[in-house]
Each structure stands twice: as structure tokens, then as C-alpha cells.
Design a protein around this ligand. Sequence first.
Ligand code: FAD
Length: 296
Amino acid sequence: ALVGAQKIAKKNNGELIIATFNKICIDILKDFKATKIIFPDDNDLEKFHPLKYTNAMEQIVKEEEPNLIIFGHTYEARDWVPRLSARLNIPFLSDAIGFHENNNIIRPFYQGKINAEMSSSKPYIVSFQSGAFKKDNLKTGNTESYAIKINNTLNDNSILLEEPFKESQSSVDLSQAKLIISVGRGIDKEENIMLIKELAKALNAEIGSSRPIVDQGWLEHDRQIGSSGQIVSPKLYFAIGLSGSVQHQVGMKNSENIFVINKDKNAPIFEIADKGAVADLFEIVPKLTEIINNQS
Ligand code: FAD
């Protein structure tokens, strides 16, 4: 989201104000290029609370009057940003994956089958999917931070917080893998995963997967790549029998090379592929494994 915000600000000769509710983040954020960082001087905001976040951001927006308010499309943002949009009575273009030279926001529709450009009257809110912009493109800087006063008395206790949910620690770290063979629902049956395992062994590659494979219990959750799995950027990502949904693409589209085997030439994964075969994986994968094994 920050890379996107920097790009949009630069393109429009605009200012970029970073707002954070957590003072610990200032130490990280100050090293990135922006006009200023602001943070409410209120320890009560350090723990996520949708109503308090909405209250605080409403006041910040009224004070700073931005044209565009940008969020990362996190689980938390999904919870409270629609409320902010309603409170301020301004549009919220969620789930965006980029922005166009003409300043339109790009957002996928119909399970990623089309990407549409969207525009809105100002001000409006945008949330960018993780992986929408390359982290490597973050512009560094030395940005000053300022405490601001907000009124965060809450008369509404309709939302009570519990302990935050913690993801279990991954035992497989795919983020460092150089070569990943990733399998999707096209593999059809659990016993067919063996074909992918044999190819991965021949290439000395890690195995990744789309979410349905993990949901079926055919591979462990650590292998899932995408918005609710791992984010990877190997030298080669070999996508076999997966369609390339938006949620999957955000986890792998920054791979250096993307090879695809899919029998549907209109599968969205082909849009980001460097090389692809429109073919039946059951014909190609065993032959490929055999050729590689015969060469080594
Ligand atoms: P499908 O979309 O069914 O694609 C299967 C593909 O296999 C098709 O393109 C088909 O042409 C091809 N195929 C079929 N048979 C063959 C064959 N014999 N040979 C070659 N090709 C064949 N998904 C993720 O992957 N990661 C995530 O982190 C993730 N997080 C999500 C979070 C949320 C909140 C939601 C709502 C969804 C999430 N999803 C995630 C699910 C996502 O929306 C898709 O449903 C999923 O990625 C589709 O998986 P797939 O590509 O394996 O299956």
C-alpha cells in the first residue's frame, strides 16, 4: 500500500501523509519517503478496535482533507474501513491490485477473469491487495513524525475484543525457495499429487499449492501460496493445473519467471505467465519428469 501511495503521490505531485495508530511502526516508517507521519497520541489505539479506529481516522480525514485514503487490504481493514466509508459518506474501492497511468484504480472482477479500471469522485478510499506493488520499489527517505490529538471517547460498547487470532508458525519457508512447483485443483485427486512430488524431486524444487488443495487436506497449509498463505518470489514458479485467482496471484506474481501448464487457454494465470503450455497436465508432467530424470 505504501509503494502504491508513493507512486500515486509522485504522479500527481501530491503530498503523502502516513497515518499510523501504533507508535512502534514509526521507527520503521520514518525510513520511507513521505511528507510526514502522523500518529494519534493515544495508547488505546495500539490494540485493534474497529470503532476506535473508525473514530480516529474520521477525525484525521476531516483535519487533513486528503483526496485519496489508501489502506492495505488486510483482514482488519476489511472489518473497519467499510464503516469509515459509510461514516464519511465517501466511496470505498476495495481489493485493488494497481493503478493506471490515468489515475484509475485497477480491480479484478468475476474471480479474476477480468480486471476493470475504476474511478471515483474525490475524496475516496482504496485498499490495495498485498503484493499489488513490489516491496523493492519502496522509496527511502527520512520522514518526520508528529503526534496529533484526537477525541476517542466511545459511547458504544457493542463490540467487545477477544485475544487476537494467531496464525500457526510455518514450518516450511517457501519465501526463500528458488524453484517452486505449485499445484492446483486441476490435479483432480489426492493420489495424483504424487506426479507433482516426482517432478519436484527431479528438479530439486519445493512444492506449493493453491488453497483448494490445502482445504482438501492433500497438502499441509504451509504449502499454500496466496493472500491467506505464503508470499513467494522464486527464480521460477511453475504453476500446474491452477487457474491463477487474484488471491493466488498476490502470493506469487513477483516471481522472476512463471511457467504454466493449464488446459484452459483463458485461465487468468496465462496473463502473468512468461511461458505456458495449453495442455493436459496428466500428459505433460510424467513426460517432463522422465526427461529431467534421464538427463541427470
Ligand atoms: P480452480 O480455479 O478450480 O482452477 C483449476 C485449474 O486447473 C483451471 O484453470 C483448469 O483449467 C485447470 N485444469 C483442470 N484440469 C486440468 C488438467 N488436466 N491439466 C491442466 N490444467 C487443468 N487461493 C489460493 O490459491 N491462495 C490463497 O491464499 C487464497 N486465499 C483466499 C482468501 C479468501 C478470503 C478467498 C475468498 C479465497 C482465497 N483463495 C485462495 C481461493 C481462490 O479464490 C480460488 O478459489 C483458488 O485459488 C482456486 O484454486 P485453483 O486455481 O487450484 O482452482
